[in-house]
Structures are given as structure tokens and as C-alpha cells.
Design a protein around this ligand. Structure first.
Ligand SMILES: Nc1nc2c(c(=O)[nH]1)N[C@H]1C(S)=C(S)[C@@H](COP(=O)(O)OP(=O)(O)OC[C@H]3O[C@@H](n4cnc5c(=O)[nH]c(N)nc54)[C@H](O)[C@@H]3O)O[C@H]1N2
Ligand SMILES: Nc1nc2c(c(=O)[nH]1)N[C@H]1C(S)=C(S)[C@@H](COP(=O)(O)OP(=O)(O)OC[C@H]3O[C@@H](n4cnc5c(=O)[nH]c(N)nc54)[C@H](O)[C@@H]3O)O[C@H]1N2
Ligand code: SF4
Ligand SMILES: [Mo]
Length: 767
């Protein structure tokens, strides 16, 4: 074998430039013209927003490598690694399409002019006949701040409709409202890098390992330094499997556990009286409210053994620094706001909020889930987290936009209400940008009716979605790496997304499509943008003086500081990684505490529906799956949905692993593969919701919403699971198991919960 000796010649000069190694090649901003360039950016998917470099050759994105950024420190999860494959994907939408022959005719390729002219002429006719609010916008938070901002402005200024809302309604609205009510500011109060400073993590309804995988490194650092971990979840998630204590709560009953923990903390004298006196108001009412929540009562309501609640209260209550992380497990609830407030009560009672590594941390979901709810695409909101119903704030933004305040619409319908207005015919047309309602909204028979009623339904997406299948006009948008702009990650850190390639075919960045529509509506003067930077600079100005003040955040500063945390009110301000260190966001600087009574979910099991069905995510798919179901590696890991069922329940029903079973709820039924696992409560079922059509979990879910923020109760409804050949079900029972009811389920399934690493019962007294 011959070896090229040259390579091994001692002293050979490789011309290796150590200075620039690992850094983006000079000129990356012009990546489309350079071969083999690294474009620094962030992941397209979850709220962590990991840093990554996209590899570009001949104007195409050909690969990815992790990028060292303060919060991901050079690592990416399985979704991040393949996100780039969306860019040049064969399924990409490349041309505008329309049903020229009306509903029922096929989608045909048309020119941009034909598509946009058609949309605008229809909108003008509808608005002339039925009023401005007959046209609506349904937007999303997987887009940059610039795009989210322009969607809100387009609805209010170009269309003059009050009906604009976005998919964050289904995601962050409970936590947002709770933080606004308790703290006066809706943002996670501390950065991820603070997590290792805590002595105890209480994770409530958050599946960190699967949904925020790269955040786990901070959890592990805390663990390595001795922090305890308590998990409240009906499923023994990967996080729960590593915990000191797992509290397998019945879906929808967390308030019982949280209130009982607080009661115990009071009884043990672990309340921080000084903090409560100086930094909060409303404590007495909270204290009185939790008084009836004995451990036994909480066990009765929640199904969590009293000893575990006691152990959790002591483990949490005795930690010098403690952090409650929470996500959709408690927020997708008809009392989602109260669930978060119950967490906040605990943290305030322990004097934790505002401390490095302490307090509460809502774990925001979508890539720009934080920014998306601040820049004015939400029904009740204007840029800078201003309120559309506060006269001074309306006037401020109307003046800034250059329209008379009388022209600025008032609050419109929440996303979950909008579908009903569509189904009822009050809303005649909708433009959906960055959302896949047919998969993501609850009780999707109603959604289908709503979408079919619209004329035209306009969808901007880069992949044909289940929702776009109902569209009259489909407009091809760009994926995240084909445009630039900013996102605000789950910490409140504003970061920069960079462009690596041009969109394929005739596809366009969303903001250009919207600008062109505004022009045709005769409102072009309000949308004079030549670049995403133009929009950013306008957004900075618009947010100035608001709660989420971005004014001092320039793209240069983002590069220099590796992201900037809002509020950042002036150009020389460094940004604010930690909130509430001195005061909360109210004039008196104090946090508000609210007594939280126990409330059952909207639909409790009983009669023929003995189980609680909950829905959520798996590591391999993202949201409605319209993106990840097309990425080979991810889809091969989870090509179809399943229903998780406990072995005891399965045995009683004669169900074996991988058998196709039927899951029924009062709304609909679906056939799905059974996954018999000991990691779920015996009275609970779980289906991942990332699939469409007959595989959609949202055929089954309950459309009941939280009364104030209108978030759906995705996390619990009554359900039945049965073998395909099961005899017909009567209201008295399903005929397979007699008296298989909620009330006696715990007795029928004595707990054999997969034991945690350190069985807490044994140690409860020691805590
Ligand atoms: N892989 C992946 N990652 C994602 C996403 C994704 O689609 N896929 N989506 C992103 C988005 S937008 C979001 S919002 C986040 C969501 O992140 P998470 O909220 O962590 O994810 P979910 O699976 O919705 O729900 C979390 C957990 O709540 C539990 N749960 C269900 N009911 C209850 C209950 O009543 N009480 C308690 N305590 N727990 C309950 C479920 O068993 C589940 O383990 O993830 C983000 N990251
Ligand atoms: N049963 C059940 N249902 C749920 C949940 C649950 O836990 N259980 N979770 C809820 C939560 S937390 C969320 S966040 C929602 C998410 O629900 P959706 O917002 O409906 O889901 P996505 O898959 O994000 O839809 C985004 C669509 O827009 C496209 N898209 C992505 N980026 C862009 C972009 O930049 N521009 C444009 N024009 N299009 C883009 C994607 O291809 C996709 O088709 O689902 C909710 N639904
Ligand atoms: S953790 Fe989230 S942001 Fe990071 S690579 Fe995975 S999906 Fe992307
Ligand atoms: Mo979400």
C-alpha cells in the first residue's frame, strides 16, 4: 500500500488558519455566491433556538454543524441536525396555486399576479358586502419577529380587520396570562444558564428531554452539583425516569398537588415571611385557600400517593434555591392560567422569584414563541406588548403607524373562537400563515367545516399541509434559512436568523407576499420595506417604551453579545437576562398572589369513557408534523401515531402491544396502534398529536377552552380504548370490563408505578 508521504512530512505547512478556524468564512453574508460557506444561524424548531452553522455550496444548503452558542454550547438534537433538509426538499411548494374552477376543482399553477389580484378582489368584495371583519388572519410563531410583526400590522392597517390571532393561543396563552397577572411581565425570568444554580428542580408538565433536548445539559449540570429533581407528570417521561421523585398525577388535577405542597410548606414553617411581606401582595388569601388541601385530600383528587406529595413538599420546600419549570402539561387546560398561578404561589411563598437560579420558568415552545406574542399578532395586542383596549396604547401605535386611532380595530376573536366564526359564516375569508389548523386545533370536525366555509381560504406555507388541502389559493413561502430576521428564544434572548439560500422556484419570503398584498389593497405606503432589516428597525421603534422594549437591540449588538435579552430600552443598554431581581412589573413593584381553588377538567371520565386521554409530543416530530414527517430520519423513527396504555389496563381489556385498537371519545373515534408501557398511569392514555387525517389525535380532543385566554384543554378528555372486535359499548360500560369506571379505576389498578431511582416512600420521613 502506498502512502502519500507528503502529508506526513514533518514541518509541512498545511496553511491552516488557526485564527479563523471554526468561524464563518468571510463573506458568508453573501453565501449564495460562495461555495462551502458556513452561515451562522439558529435551529428552525423549538424555543431553545440552538446555534448552528449551515453549510452552503453553490447557493444550496447542503448540511449543518452545531455552533457554539451560550445556551446550546455546540450541541444539536435530532431535529436540529436535519432541519436543513427542508430547504432543498422535493416536496417544497414552488409556485402559487389556485382552484380556478372554484371549490372542488384542482389546485393549478398560476402567476403571482393572478393569485394576488384574485385574493385582493375577493377580499374587497367581501369587505364591501359584509364589513371589514369578515376577513381574518391566522398567523404563527415559527416565524421571525419581523414576519409576526408585519402580520399584525397587515391585519389592522391593510385589512382593517379585528380578527387576527395566531397559534401561540394554543400554546403560550395560559402562561403568558399568569405571568402578566402575577409579575406584570410575560417572560421567563431567567436564562437557561441559571438552571445549574438551583438546588431543586420541580418540573410540572414539561417533558424537557423530548421537547427541549438541548436544555437537558443545564438540568444535568444542576444534578451534577447535587440538585434534586421532582417531576409531576401522568407519564414517567425520560426526565421523570432520572428524577428523585415522580408524582404521577391524573391529567388535569395538578392544582390539588400544588396547593397541598404549599399547605405542607406552611405547616413545616418553610415560608419566607420577609419576602412575602416586602415583595408580594395577596398572600393571606392564598394561605387560607390552601388550608383544606391535606395530603389525603390531594391524593383523592390527583391520584398521587400522599407520601409522595409530602416528600415533594419537603424536598422542594427545604431547598435553599428552587426552580419550578412548567410547560403545556399544565397549561393546555381549562384552568391553565390558574395552574401556572398555583406554581407561582409556591415559588413566591419560598421567596424564590428574582433569585439567580430560583423562581419559576415557563418553558416556551415554538422557536419564536416568545417574540411571537409580543409584537402584535395576538388578538388583544399591539407591538411592544401593548394592549389594544388601553386608549393611550392604541393612540401611541395608531400615531406611530400613521393612521387615525378610530381606524385601529379593537380586539378580535381568539384563534379558537375564530374557527367557530368561520363555521358559522361570520368570517368569510381567512389567510393562514405558518399554522396547520386541521392537525393542531381540537375537535377537528368543526375545523374542517370552518375551513370549507371560507371563500377564499388562503394559505402561505412551504409544504402542502392538511390545512392547505382545503385552500382556494396556496402561496409558496420560504423556510427559515431562506430569509433573515430575529427570533426571541424561550429565555427572552433576541437572536439573529441568517439567510443561507434563496427560496426555490417562485417561492417568496412571507413578508414580501404580505407587502405585495398590502400594495394591491391600496395600503402600500404603510409597508414600504425593502428588507427584513427595515421591518426590524420599525419594530424596534414600535416597541420603544413598551413592556417588551426592543429599541436598544440592533442586529450588530446581537452578533457582538451573542443575543440580547429584552427589555433593552436604549442603544447602550446591555439587555436584561434576569427579571424581577429588585421589583416586579407593577407600579408598586410587588408580585400578585391569587388564591387558586381546585377545578376539575371540563370533561371527567365516567360511564362508557373510563380513561383520561392526554396528548402531546415525541422527540422526533415537531408540532403538526408537516415539516418533520417529510424528513426521512425523523419519520422513520416515528412513522405513525400510537396510544400509550398501561400493562394492567391492557391486560384487562385483552389488548397486546402493537395491536391496532380503537380509541373513542364523546366526539369521534380513531384506530391506532397500542403501545403497552408501564410508564403511564393505568387510568390514562397518551397519543402524540403530530399526525394528520385519520391519524390525528385532534379528532378526539375536547374543544373546551380556558375562559379568559381560550387555550384548549388538549391535556385531558374522557376516553375509551377497545379492541377492534369489541362488542358495542353501552352508556353503562364498554361491555369488556364490568364497572370499569373512573371511580373504581384506582382500586382496579393498584399502583405499581415504575419505581423511581430512589423510592420516595422509603425516604419520605428523612426529607
Ligand atoms: N420534539 C418536539 N419538541 C418540541 C415540540 C414538538 O412538537 N416536538 N413543540 C414545541 C412546542 S410549540 C411546545 S409548546 C413544547 C411543549 O413542550 P411540553 O409541554 O414539554 O410537551 P407536551 O408533550 O405537550 O406535554 C408535556 C408533558 O405534560 C404531560 N401531561 C399531560 N397532562 C398533564 C397534566 O395534567 N399534568 C401534568 N403535570 N402533566 C401533564 C405529558 O405527559 C407530557 O409529558 O415543546 C416544544 N418542543
Ligand atoms: N392535541 C394536541 N394539539 C395541539 C397540541 C397538543 O399538545 N396536543 N399542542 C398545541 C401547540 S403547543 C402548538 S404550538 C400548536 C402548533 O400548531 P400549528 O401551528 O398548527 O403547527 P405547525 O406544525 O407549527 O404549523 C406550522 C405550519 O406552517 C408551516 N411553517 C413553518 N414555518 C413557517 C414560516 O416561517 N412561514 C410559513 N408561511 N409557514 C411556515 C409549516 O410547514 C406548517 O405547515 O399545536 C397545538 N395543538
Ligand atoms: S433543542 Fe430545539 S432548537 Fe435545539 S436543535 Fe433541538 S429542536 Fe432545535
Ligand atoms: Mo406550542
Amino acid at each position: 500500500m502506498s502512502v502519500n508521504k507528503d502529508i506526513f512530512e514533518p514541518g509541512r505547512d498545511f496553511n491552516y488558519d488557526f485564527e479563523s478556524a471554526g468561524k464563518p468564512a468571510p463573506g458568508w453574508r453573501d453565501a449564495t455566491r460562495l461555495a462551502e460557506t458556513l452561515v451562522p444561524t439558529h435551529c428552525a424548531f423549538c424555543g431553545v433556538q440552538c446555534g448552528m452553522n449551515l453549510k452552503v455550496a453553490d447557493g444550496k444548503v447542503i448540511g449543518v454543524e452545531p455552533r457554539n452558542f451560550p445556551h446550546n454550547r455546540g450541541s444539536l438534537c435530532p431535529k436540529g441536525v436535519v432541519a436543513y433538509q427542508q430547504a432543498d426538499h422535493p416536496d417544497r411548494l414552488r409556485y402559487p396555486m389556485m382552484r380556478r374552477g372554484g371549490k372542488g376543482s384542482p389546485l393549478e399553477r398560476v402567476t403571482w399576479d393572478e393569485a394576488l389580484d384574485y385574493i385582493v378582489s375577493r377580499w374587497q368584495r367581501i369587505q364591501a358586502e359584509y364589513g371589514k371583519h369578515a376577513v381574518s388572519i391566522y398567523s404563527g410563531s415559527s416565524m421571525t419577529n419581523e414576519k409576526c410583526y408585519i402580520m399584525g400590522k397587515f391585519a389592522r392597517v391593510a385589512l382593517g380587520t379585528r380578527h387576527v390571532d395566531y397559534n401561540g393561543r394554543l400554546c403560550m396563552s395560559s402562561a403568558a396570562m399568569a405571568y402578566a397577572r402575577a409579575f406584570g411581565v410575560d417572560r421567563a425570568p431567567l436564562p437557561m444558564t441559571d438552571i445549574p444554580l438551583t438546588d431543586c428542580i420541580l418540573a410540572v408538565g414539561v417533558n424537557v428531554a423530548e421537547c427541549f433536548p438541548i436544555m437537558m445539559q443545564w438540568v444535568w449540570q444542576a444534578r451534577d452539583k447535587g440538585a434534586n429533581l421532582i417531576v409531576i407528570d401522568p407519564r414517567e417521561t425520560p426526565l421523570a425516569r432520572t428524577a428523585d421523585l415522580w408524582l404521577p398525577v391524573k391529567p388535569g388535577t395538578d392544582i390539588a398537588v400544588l396547593n397541598a405542597m404549599l399547605r405542607q410548606i406552611i405547616a413545616d414553617g418553610l415560608v419566607d415571611e420577609e419576602y412575602l411581606k416586602t415583595r408580594t401582595q395577596g398572600w393571606e388569601a392564598v394561605r387560607d385557600e390552601v388550608e383544606p388541601f391535606t395530603l389525603e385530600y390531594a391524593e383523592h383528587l390527583s391520584g398521587v400517593p400522599a407520601k409522595r406529595i409530602l416528600a415533594a413538599a419537603r424536598l422542594y420546600g427545604r431547598a435553599a434555591t428552587s426552580l419550578i419549570m412548567h410547560a403545556r402539561g399544565i397549561e393546555h387546560s381549562t384552568h391553565g392560567v390558574d395552574n401556572c398561578l398555583a406554581c407561582i404561589n409556591l415559588a413566591l411563598a419560598r421567596g424564590q422569584v428574582g433569585k439567580p437560579g430560583g423562581g419559576t420558568m415557563m418553558v416556551t415552545g415554538q422557536g419564536n414563541g416568545q417574540g411571537g406574542r409580543e409584537v402584535g399578532q395576538k388578538a388583544n395586542q399591539l407591538p411592544g406588548y401593548r394592549h389594544i383596549d388601553v386608549p393611550e396604547e392604541r393612540e401611541h401605535i395608531a400615531r406611530f403607524w400613521g393612521i387615525p386611532v378610530e381606524e385601529l380595530p379593537w380586539e378580535g376573536a381568539a384563534a379558537t373562537e375564530m374557527v367557530h366564526l368561520m363555521a358559522d359564516g361570520e368570517i368569510k375569508s381567512c389567510m393562514i400563515v405558518c399554522s396547520n389548523l386541521m392537525v393542531s386545533l381540537p375537535d377537528n370536525q368543526v375545523v374542517q367545516k370552518a375551513l370549507q366555509n371560507l371563500d377564499p381560504l388562503v394559505v402561505i406555507d412551504f409544504f402542502q399541509s392538511e390545512t392547505a388541502n382545503f385552500a382556494d389559493v396556496v402561496l409558496p413561502g420560504s423556510v427559515w434559512c431562506e430569509d433573515e430576521g430575529t427570533t426571541t428564544n424561550l429565555e427572552g434572548r433576541v437572536i439573529k436568523i441568517n439567510k443561507a439560500a434563496d427560496p426555490p422556484g417562485e417561492a417568496q419570503p412571507d413578508w414580501i407576499i404580505v407587502r405585495e398584498l398590502a400594495k394591491r389593497l391600496g395600503r402600500g405606503q404603510f409597508f414600504p420595506y425593502q428588507s427584513a432589516l427595515d421591518i426590524w428597525n420599525e419594530l424596534r421603534e414600535a416597541s420603544k417604551g413598551g413592556v417588551s422594549d426592543y429599541y436598544g437591540i440592533t442586529w450588530e449588538k446581537i452578533d457582538e453579545q451573542e443575543g440580547v435579552f429584552w427589555p433593552c430600552p436604549t442603544l447602550d443598554h446591555p439587555g436584561t437576562p434576569r427579571l424581577f431581581t429588585e421589583r416586579f412589573g407593577f407600579p408598586d413593584g410587588r408580585a400578585r398572589m391569587f388564591p387558586i381553588p381546585y377545578q376539575p377538567p371540563a370533561e371527567e371520565p365516567g360511564g362508557m369513557y373510563p380513561f383520561r386521554l392526554t396528548t402531546g409530543r415525541v422527540v422526533y416530530h415537531y408540532l403538526s408534523g408537516n415539516q418533520t414527517r417529510r424528513l426521512g430520519f425523523l419519520n422513520s423513527q416515528a412513522p405513525e401515531p400510537w396510544v400509550e396504555i398501561h400493562p394492567q389496563a391492557a391486560a384487562r381489556l385483552g389488548i397486546v402491544n402493537e395491536e391496532i385498537v380503537r380509541v373513542r371519545t364523546p366526539r369521534f373515534s380513531m384506530e391506532v396502534k397500542a403501545l403497552v408501557v408501564p410508564t403511564i398511569r393505568p387510568d390514562t392514555l397518551f397519543i402524540p398529536y403530530h399526525y394528520g387525517g385519520k391519524q390525528a389525535a385532534n379528532q378526539l380532543t375536547n374543544s373546551a377552552v380556558e375562559p379568559t385566554v381560550k387555550i384548549p384543554e388538549y391535556k385531558v378528555c374522557a376516553a375509551l380504548v377497545e379492541k377492534l372486535n369489541a362488542p358495542p359499548v353501552s352508556p353503562q360500560g364498554n361491555g369488556v370490563v364490568e364497572n370499569f369506571t373512573y371511580e373504581n379505576a384506582p382500586k382496579m389498578f393498584p399502583y405499581e408505578i415504575g419505581e423511581t431511582k430512589q423510592p420516595p416512600e422509603k425516604d419520605a420521613k428523612a426529607y
